[in-house]
Design a protein around this ligand. Structure first.
Ligand code: DAH
Length: 342
């Protein structure tokens, strides 16, 4: 074989592999059309190779001619093949599979505080309590005065109140719903009042200017402190677990006498002492006590006939313990990475 023929056949090989790469990169029919003109056109690459014939001996010409024809046919058929593939593409859409599950829209869920609040409500409803509500904007009278907290009483400072215009406040606790309920109902009363409260506190890991409480109240003939303890104990065991013990410590609230603060035995270390309970074995929950006769005076209940108990609790506190949330502020940030864990 002459040197020239060898050289020409090499160029043909290279031309074919170049074409393959160009074909693979062609994205649509116009791109195929352009390739066709470039390679097979009258002034195209292959046509130009026919001029090589004159540089070969007569006996080698048929070999180059055959090679040129083969590559021409290859390019032609590969262009055709690709073109039908493009034209067939819409059929791919027709082969849509109706049994595939649909993409679901993002769906919201109950906020963790509301989930726990629901649980709290269910527990108390199960013990015969009704659910009452009161306004978040409250009068000074219901928020303080009728709860036996007179004007200029130091416990008003404790509550860091947001004052609105004359006589109105953002309620600092849900205790005012006690008064509203007793004004509207004669004993026996057994109610809980869940709701949002506000205090002018600087936010930190355990304080927020807005938070939620559940107030409880029971008034009837012969209601005792022992019953209060029993109800709080039953609640503790239902919301956490059967092993939780309850402890009452003497305290003071203007609307209860005697008053107590109640603790649950630490649900993490079972009372042995750990970081969460600061090695005391106990978790402080909230306050409770026997309704002060002075409060009955505001709602015309006769304290010589009726007695009652009241208690409070913080929904955030219980949720934080239940789910080991370490910063109260995260409840109000609407961060989906947090909320989607519930
Ligand atoms: N209102 C109190 C507070 O916000 C909690 C409380 C304490 C409610 C004692 C009560 C109670 O009913 O008897 O801190």
């Amino acid at each position: 074989m002459s040197e020239n023929l060898q050289k020409f056949l090499k160029v043909l090989e290279k031309t074919e592999s170049d074409f393959s790469a160009r074909l693979a990169a062609a994205q649509d029919e116009p791109a195929l059309e352009a390739l066709k003109i470039e390679y097979l056109g009258r002034k195209g690459i292959l046509q130009s190779y026919f001029s090589w014939m004159s540089q070969l001996d007569a006996n080698e010409k048929p070999q180059l001619g055959g090679a040129l024809n083969r590559i021409k046919e290859t390019i032609q058929s590969r262009l055709e093949e690709r073109k039908t593939a493009f034209q067939r593409q819409p059929a791919a859409i027709e082969s849509f599979d109706p049994s595939l599950p649909p993409r679901l829209p993002a769906c919201g869920a109950m906020h963790p505080l509301l989930q726990v609040l629901d649980e709290i409500k269910q527990i108390f409803v199960g013990m015969g309590f009704r659910i009452e509500e009161g306004p978040e904007i409250e009068s000074d009278y219901y928020n303080f005065e009728a709860l036996n907290i007179p004007p200029y009483h130091p416990s008003r400072d404790m509550q860091d109140t947001f004052y609105l215009r004359e006589g109105l406040v953002l309620r600092t606790h849900t205790s005012p719903v006690q008064i509203r309920t007793m004004e509207n109902q004669k004993p026996p009363v057994r109610m809980i009042a869940p709701g949002r409260c506000f205090r002018n506190d600087t936010p930190d890991a355990t304080h927020s200017p807005t938070f939620h409480q559940v107030e409880g109240l029971c008034v009837d003939r012969g209601v005792s402190f022992a019953e209060l303890k029993g109800v709080v104990q039953a609640f503790a065991q239902k919301i956490f677990n059967k092993d939780v013990r309850v402890r009452f410590r003497p305290s003071f609230f203007p609307f209860t006498e005697p008053s107590a603060e109640y603790d649950f035995s630490c649900i993490f270390c079972k009372g042995k002492g750990c970081r969460v309970c600061k090695n005391t074995g106990w978790l402080e929950i909230s306050g409770a006590g026997m309704v002060d006769p002075a409060v009955f005076g505001f709602v015309d209940y006769d304290p010589t006939i009726y007695s009652g108990y009241a208690f409070g609790m913080g929904v955030e506190r219980i949720t934080m313990l239940k789910y080991q949330v370490h910063d109260i502020r995260i409840f109000y940030e609407n961060d989906l990475r947090f909320l989607q864990q519930f």
